[in-house]
Structures are given as structure tokens and as C-alpha cells.
Design a binder for this molecule. Structure first.
Ligand code: PLP
Length: 400
């Protein structure tokens, strides 16, 4: 059956509006569409394809696992899941792992665990969840309500309660809201979807201190920042702050759907048998792929390479901006970079994305004013140079 982009409009629920072309093949940081047109991929599947497309280690892992065992459910455990959990706990603060299938599900598990912990350790009054404006935590009803963009959670009936928001980077606002009734504070250690917003140096430490003062759990949503994205396995490892619960997904599977919630032994004990679960969580195929991704990403070579590439991408964006004067600020960390548009181009991030597609380079937006770049952590420098050449042509077109 031959398929076209027009068919999408006939057979799909209209909640997405994908690009006009359909990519059919990828290799490293290059993609090709149905017409054979080539694109440099600075989008990386929205911070998922951390090793680019069809990385040999991932292909090998899925081929080998696909000939052994695909699925069991959690009635049984499996070797890849245990191996992956062991590697994740050895490499982080966590003692225990819960596997899910997506970022939203990892966050959902984190929130449910926090509520159950608070109920059992402290009592019914301790139920408030505090999160931050513009934060994004997924699209289940609980996570989207905790996310800081009401437009995404409005219009679906009554929302889960006891969820409140304060501005990101505003410690005073948090201080005035947090109390002994607070169950957890949930945050991204660098806001991605909200516009690539870096936390102030003391902000994250301050959040940790306030959580400690009020016996509240600190949940880090590292769905976008995790798995090497900012130059360490997880972003918290560069911030001098350790969360109580951490959610991981996206790059964890490098393109295969998987999520994970990491936590300590003491907190984990509150999810007793039967309290939470997922048919596919810890699926052997997903865990085998994620283990292969882990083995490549969690090396000094790759993590140092992320920082080197960050400098290179920022240099190119600066050079483009010196010529066309479209950005106010170039920010972010590692391979999670945002170019915030200046007043003259306010609200036009999508124009840059579309012009990029036309020039053969894929970029993302983070809200209406930020062009976002989340390429593979190992994108070759030659692809950065070529992609930036194409992006410059796109900028030239939009800037007129
Ligand atoms: C920080 C963060 N949390 C959660 C999610 C949701 O992940 P998923 O779409 O896999 O459910 C995202 C997705 O963009 C994200 O960036």
C-alpha cells in the first residue's frame, strides 16, 4: 500500500499536525523522506534519538533480543530488565527502579509513589504537590495537571486536586507556599518544553532545602534532561542536588519506548505488590535496547563529547545571530539548546522550523518564541557544520 501525507488527515485523530513530508529512513543524524530528500536531524525525535538513527549497538541489541524473548508481562521478570536496573542504580543515587513505557508514565508513577509515601508516613493532610509554571511532565491527567500550562489540562473535566504552581526560579514564591502539608515538589532541572529555561545556580539547592525543612519529597523530571543530554548521565549530577525520585524516558531507549522511575530503598517500599503496575513496563525488548544505549552513553568519551558539541552548536548560532540579529539569547546545556527570538520575531519560532525543513534541516520549537535543538549526543561535527549551513539559509529566508 502506498501512503501519503494526505492520508494522515483521513485516518488519524487530528491531535497532531505533522510536517508535509514523511521521513522513511535514517542513519546517524541524517534522515531521508519518501522523495529521497535528505535532512540533517537537529530534532532527534524531541531529545529521544540520543545515538542518532539505527545505531549499530542498538540494532544489534534489538536483533539479538528479538530472537530470544519479546514479552512476558510482570507475572515474570526478565534478564534485560534486571541488568538495566542494576546499571541504573549503580550509576545514580537510586536503589530501586520501576519501569514504564513513557515519560508521562514514569512521572505518573513518581507522583503516585509520593502520595502513597506521604499518606503512609505522615497522614492524609500531606497531599499538596507543588510544581512550576511552564513545566511539562506528560499528558496523563495527573501529569498534565502537575505540568505548568493549564491550557493543556483544561477542558477535560475535574482535575486531580491539591496541585499548585509557582514560577520557576522563584524561591520566595515556593517558600511562601510550601508547608508541612506538602507531599512533593516536582521539577525539571532545566525546563525543556517551557522554553529551555536554565535554573539559577542557587534555586535548585534552595528547593532541596525547603523540601528537607518540610519533609517533602523532591521529584526530578529528567525525561528530557536525562541520559547524557546535558553532559552527565543525569542533570542532577552537575547541580549538587540529589532528588528523592527521578523520572527518565526519551533518550533512555534512544528511540524504543521505555520510561523508568528511580528512587531510594526507603521510599520504594511504599509501592507494595498490587499498588501500581503496567503490562509492558520492563518489557525485555525495551530493556535490552536501553541497556545498549546505557553502555554507549555512560562513558567519559560520549559525555565529554556532549559538552564539546554544545560549544560548537552555540558558536554557530552566535555567528548566525551576529549576521541576522534574530535571537535575544542562546541558552541551554549540552545537546538541549534554545535560541530565544528577539522582539522583532516574537511568536515566530514555527516559521524557523518550517523554513529549516524546506532547507533540509530539522529543528524544534519550545513554545512560540524559542527554536530548540536536541540532536543526537554523538552527532558528527561535519553534520553540525552542514546542518548549521542549512539553518543559516532558513534564518536568512525568515529574516528577509
Ligand atoms: C520533561 C518532560 N517530562 C515528561 C514528558 C512526557 O514524556 P512522554 O511524551 O514520553 O510521555 C516530556 C515530553 O516532552 C518532557 O519533556
Amino acid at each position: 500500500m502506498s501512503v501519503s501525507r494526505e492520508m494522515f488527515n483521513d485516518v488519524m485523530v487530528p491531535n497532531y499536525n505533522p510536517a508535509a513530508m514523511i521521513p522513511v529512513k535514517g542513519e546517524g543524524s541524517r534522515l531521508w523522506d519518501q522523495e529521497g530528500r535528505e535532512y540533517i536531524d537537529f530534532a532527534g525525535g524531541i531529545a529521544v534519538n540520543c545515538l542518532g538513527h539505527c545505531h549499530p549497538a542498538m540494532v544489534k541489541a534489538i536483533q539479538e533480543q528479538s530472537q530470544k524473548l519479546w514479552h512476558l508481562s510482570n507475572v515474570f521478570t526478565n534478564e534485560p530488565a534486571i541488568r538495566l536496573a542494576k546499571k541504573l542504580t549503580d550509576a545514580t543515587f537510586a536503589d530501586r527502579v520501576y519501569f514504564a513505557n513513557s515519560g508521562a508514565e514514569a512521572n505518573e508513577a513518581a507522583l503516585k509513589l509520593a502520595r502513597r509515601w506521604a499518606l503512609e508516613e505522615h497522614g492524609e493532610h500531606k497531599k499538596q504537590i507543588i510544581a512550576f509554571s511552564k513545566g511539562f511532565h506528560g499528558r496523563t491527567f495527573f501529569t498534565v495537571t502537575v505540568g505548568g500550562q493549564p491550557a493543556y489540562s483544561d477542558g477535560f473535566g475535574p482535575k486531580p486536586g491539591a496541585v499548585e504552581h509557582v514560577p520557576y526560579n522563584d524561591l520566595e514564591a515556593l517558600k511562601s507556599l510550601i508547608s508541612d502539608n506538602t507531599c512533593a515538589v516536582m521539577m525539571e532541572p532545566l525546563q525543556g518544553e517551557g522554553g529551555v529555561i536554565t535554573p539559577d545556580a542557587d534555586f535548585v539547592k534552595g528547593v532541596r532545602e525547603l523540601c528537607d525543612q518540610h519533609n517533602a519529597l523532591l521529584i526530578f523530571d529528567e525525561v528530557q534532561t536525562g541520559f547524557g543530554r546535558t553532559g552527565s548521565l543525569y542533570a542532577y549530577q552537575q547541580l549538587g542536588v540529589t532528588p528523592d525520585i527521578l523520572a527518565s524516558a526519551k533518550s533512555l531507549g534512544g528511540g524504543f519506548p521505555i520510561g523508568a522511575m528511580l528512587t531510594t530503598d526507603a521510599i520504594a517500599q511504599h509501592l507494595k505488590p498490587g499498588t501500581h503496575g503496567s503490562t509492558y513496563g520492563g518489557n525485555p525488548l525495551a530493556c535490552a535496547v536501553a541497556e545498549a544505549v546505557f553502555d554507549v552513553v555512560n562513558t567519559d568519551d560520549v559525555l565529554a563529547g556532549v559538552k564539546h558539541r554544545e560549544a560548537l552548536v552555540k558558536e554557530h548560532l552566535q555567528r548566525i545571530n551576529d549576521k541576522y540579529h534574530v535571537f535575544d539569547e542562546i541558552r541551554g546545556k549540552g545537546m538541549l539548546i534554545g535560541a530565544a527570538l528577539n522582539e522583532k520575531f516574537e511568536g515566530r519560532a514555527r516559521d524557523f522550523l518550517q523554513a529549516g525543513n524546506a532547507e533540509g534541516v530539522m529543528v524544534l520549537v519550545a513554545g512560540p518564541n524559542v527554536v530548540r535543538f536536541t540532536p543526537s549526543l554523538i552527532i558528527p561535527e561535519t553534520d553540525i557544520v552542514e546542518g548549521m549551513k542549512r539553518f543559516e539559509q532558513a534564518v536568512a529566508k525568515v529574516a528577509g
